[in-house]
Design a protein around this ligand. Structure first.
Ligand code: NAD
Length: 333
């Protein structure tokens, strides 16, 4: 018998409408909310929260810089906040999680991208150009409210990159050393939904069915991200993102097929075909990296191919590379 373990995550997930945000806040017992949201949906969310709103913060930033968190923490203290509602992408979610880490405040997240952070106990924070990632049950949000209508405004290029970011969670779950029958199922369905939906979103960004499928895929992929350890792909993305300030989703979108090919993952070519068809960057050079930047970095040959956008031809054997990956990143979350 194959041994494995699996724990279902205690997150309430609602597919509904932003209009439910007040009811969901009440369900959590929140009466003095800090709203983390940009201008696009912040006003609507503020109106819907009504008297439960204590303060607003608009400056969440990519990779969760600690100095931004410290500014938001001041608002939490000044306004005697009892919970955080975040409406936005992974940046807004990251700030809510960073606040929860420091205060234990409950979180209600309304995601507007496919980042999947809302499902995880993982928090990456940046200070002095270095991104450090930790896992803590304190940062896992209590409630996630998905409203597909909020994703209709996500520009096509951002949708495509964010969708491949979600795909990466499911792909890495497939070869994770702690994968189990449940995450296999979640990952397979997430991959099916995302690979089908992303080209349809690019063809018609207002296709609500495709948007709903992508959001469901992002949810399932995010659940994988929380349940199993991520591998080489995530390690490289986090490292490069923190060191060079690269955009999160686009870095994932460029690197995923290169890492899959490097690891000998069977569907690497399909993912190359998919990403080639999407309006996203296809090389790290398009994100501003040069060969000089990556000299001396781990997996320099893989990164050199990704800098130049050169598809690898002969992927090495999976067994040898899996061992190499495990050895390079043993113990990392
Ligand atoms: P993001 O939140 O920065 O959003 C990307 C851009 O899209 C921003 O300009 C934002 O304003 C805009 N945007 C978001 N939703 C929109 C909408 N519906 N309509 C129009 N514009 C919209 O980026 P992201 O890719 O969602 O998240 C990246 C961040 O999330 C990174 O900091 C990353 O480290 C983190 N992340 C963490 C985890 C985790 O488990 N800890 C998982 C994935 C991502």
């Amino acid at each position: 018998m194959t041994s494995f373990s699996y724990a279902a995550n205690p997150v309430r997930v609602v597919f509904g409408s932003l209009h439910d945000v007040g009811d969901e806040a009440d369900r959590l017992g929140l009466g003095r909310v800090l709203l983390v949201a940009g201008p696009r949906y912040g006003d609507r969310a503020a109106r819907l929260l009504g008297p439960r709103l204590a303060a607003r913060f608009e400056d969440a930033a990519m990779h969760t810089p600690v100095d931004v968190t410290e500014r938001a923490l001041k608002l939490v203290a000044e306004h005697d906040v009892d919970g955080v509602v975040a409406v936005g992408g992974g940046s807004a979610t990251g700030l809510a999680k960073a606040l929860a880490l420091r205060t234990d405040l409950p979180q209600l997240i309304v995601p507007t991208t496919y980042a999947g952070s809302e499902l995880t106990s993982v928090l990456g924070e940046t200070a002095d150009g270095r991104k450090t990632t930790q896992r803590s049950p304190k940062v896992r949000p209590e409630v996630v409210l998905y409203d597909v209508d909020l994703t209709l405004s996500l520009p096509v290029a951002v949708s495509a990159a964010s969708g491949v970011n979600a795909l990466a969670h499911a792909v890495e779950a497939r070869y994770a050393p702690d994968a189990n029958p449940m995450t296999d199922l979640l990952a397979a369905e997430a991959i099916r939904l995302l690979t089908d939906a992303l080209p349809r979103i690019v063809a018609d960004p207002s296709d609500v069915d495709a948007r709903a499928a992508a959001l469901r895929g992002a949810w399932l992929a995010g659940s994988c991200l929380d349940s199993v350890s991520m591998g080489l792909h995530h390690q490289l993305c986090h490292h490069l993102g923190g060191k060079f300030g690269l955009p999160h989703a686009e870095t994932h979108a460029v690197l995923l097929p290169y890492v899959m090919a490097h690891l000998g993952v069977a569907d690497a070519n399909d993912v190359f075909e998919l990403t080639a068809s999407l309006p996203i960057p296809h090389s790290l050079a398009e994100l501003g990296l040069t060969e000089d930047d990556i000299a001396g970095e781990p997996e320099a040959e893989l990164l050199r191919q990704a800098v130049n956008g050169t598809r690898p031809t002969a992927p090495p054997s999976l067994k040898a590379l899996t061992r190499q990956v495990v050895e390079s990143f043993a113990g990392a979350p």
